[in-house]
Design a binder for this molecule. Sequence first.
Ligand code: 7TP
Ligand code: ZN
Length: 279
Amino acid sequence: MAALLKDVVLTPTHPKTLLLQKHVDYIASYGTDKDEYEFCMTEYLRMSGVYWCLTAVELAGQPGRLDREEILSFVRRCQDESGGFGASVGHDPHVLYTLSAIQGRLDAIDVDKATDFVVSCMNFDGGFGSKPGSESHAGLIYCCVGMLSVTGQLHRLDADLLGWWLCERQLPSGGLNGRPEKLPDVCYSWWVLSSLSMLGRLHWIDGAALAGFILACQDAETGGFSDRPGDVPDPFHTLFGLAALSLLGDAAVGAVSPTYCMPQRVVDRLGLRPQRLSV
Ligand code: 7TP
Ligand code: ZN
């Protein structure tokens, strides 16, 4: 018997146009009530949340909607005396939140050895898992392709094989899943699309169908994007929805770097030149 395909159904009630202003309002009001349950429950990831929110309003062309001084003071107050950054004020320092502090300092680590490790995680299907021999997963593929893009070693992967695995993630709804037999999710639009973009194979998926799925994941009342149509929106999926629409060429959204998921303007200003394969 053929395996049942897991997918969602898009109905005419789901949004079909980009509600950009609503998303800016959603992000700008996120966290204005510091006692709100949802906001309190995500304090452990606040430093990442600040990045998701800032990048989302930047891509929407309205960075001025967030309080720059409040954010800068928050980030400064998160630095521990050890030098590490915590997710929020008074939290223990954590590597995830310290990562941004050392990014660019590629001269300080053994890049060749790190690249060899990433390549050793490559599977027979061209994809990557979390360690050698682990199942391919789109989020981890993005980490590996991004790493090889930063270090200029993209020639070490099998771009045709990996590109094929990535475009097989597209389902009849137009949405993308993270591995076979899983439901589509807006954030995988980003992990898959950005990887295909770095591989020079963005045109291997049906962009119009994917845009239709992403737009259907907007909350027309509150603004923001959720993981799939009808779910509760959050800043995480709002950023990756907007960033994926940017890669798909939506002119209302600012250009995004597929390697860094930061505005291309910011990456250019920093003088970063991550590698991208041409077709
Ligand atoms: C609501 O459940 C979760 C589950 C995992 C909430 C957070 C996490 S996570 O921190 O491990 N993480 C990021 C993530 C964040 C959110 C979220 O952010 C809600 C509100 C905010 C405010 O800023 C929501 C989900 C989420 N996930 C889980 C997820 C994504 N798509 C489907 N799910 C179940 C991703 C997760 C892992 C992660 C991925 C990328 C990254 O750069 C950092 C962390
Ligand atoms: Zn998701």
